[in-house]
Design a protein. Structure first.
Length: 229
């Protein structure tokens, strides 16, 4: 699903990632761990092709080379990013937040379809996989707990029908009970067949969800553990 080889990433003059190799198989969950500033966010942004960064090396998604591609085209290959810090619309209900995610995609001309024909998830499928959200579907984003907001951010990414989800520290700032709910819901996303690359510092979350772990240290993969799943 994702094959990164010899990736180097720079922000202008600042060189952040050095010769990173990393793979995520179809439907597999892989964790990227490391201290603050190790380069986890930069790795996810490199895969997504975010603006302002220069990438060299190879990043293949479903066998397609994405170096040089803009983010919207990488998204259409079936990649979804759940950025750090939730960013839900507080004034919109859960359901409206989800509809807005696909609506915005449509206005951009994607019609909810990826380049390889995968469809956006229907709202009801999202609620089926993430039942915690179904219970609060009429509530405004601002009223949700931190955990529910995080799950809403994940659901919003699922609406576009990704094959690979990139998650940036989803457990950050959540109380332990909410982390447990998050883990349950991410396990359900895994069972639904979506591959995940999970940047995460919470050891419990990594242990519960990831078959393989890559340790990043100052922009270099220092260690990789586990068998390809
Ligand atoms: P955190 O958990 O704090 O987000 P991280 O492992 O995700 O840490 P990154 O955010 O990828 O790390 O940052 C890696 C390095 O890149 C850091 O040294 C950071 O200062 C640098 N960096 C990040 N964003 C930029 C930017 N826009 N311009 C220049 N340097 C940046």
């Amino acid at each position: 699903m994702l094959e990164i080889r010899g990736l180097s990433t720079r922000y202008g003059a600042s060189h952040v990632l050095f010769d990173v190799d990393l793979t995520v198989g179809e439907g597999e969950t892989v964790a990227l761990v490391g201290r603050n500033g190790a380069g986890k966010t930069t790795t996810l942004q490199s895969v997504m092709g975010m603006g302002g960064i220069v990438r060299t090396g190879s990043i293949r998604v479903g066998g397609v080379e994405t170096i040089g591609m803009p983010a919207y085209r990488i998204a259409r290959l079936g990649v979804g990013l759940v950025p750090e810090g939730r960013r839900v619309f507080g004034e919109l209900t859960v359901e409206e937040n989800l509809r807005a995610a696909v609506g915005i995609g449509r206005r951009a001309g994607s019609h909810g379809k990826g380049e390889h024909g995968e469809s956006a998830w229907p709202l009801e499928r999202v609620f089926e996989v993430l039942p915690v959200l179904a219970e609060v579907r009429g509530s405004k984003g601002a009223w949700l707990s931190g955990g529910e907001q995080q799950i809403l951010a994940i659901a919003r990414a699922l609406m576009t029908g990704p094959k690979l989800l990139l998650l940036d520290e989803p457990s950050e700032g959540l109380a332990p009970r909410l982390v447990e709910t998050l883990v349950e819901q991410l396990a359900a996303v895994h069972r639904a067949g979506v591959a995940m690359l999970l940047a995460e510092q919470h050891a419990g979350v990594v242990r519960e969800l990831a078959g393989r772990v890559h340790v990043l240290e100052r922009g270099v993969v220092r260690m990789s553990k586990g068998e390809p799943g």
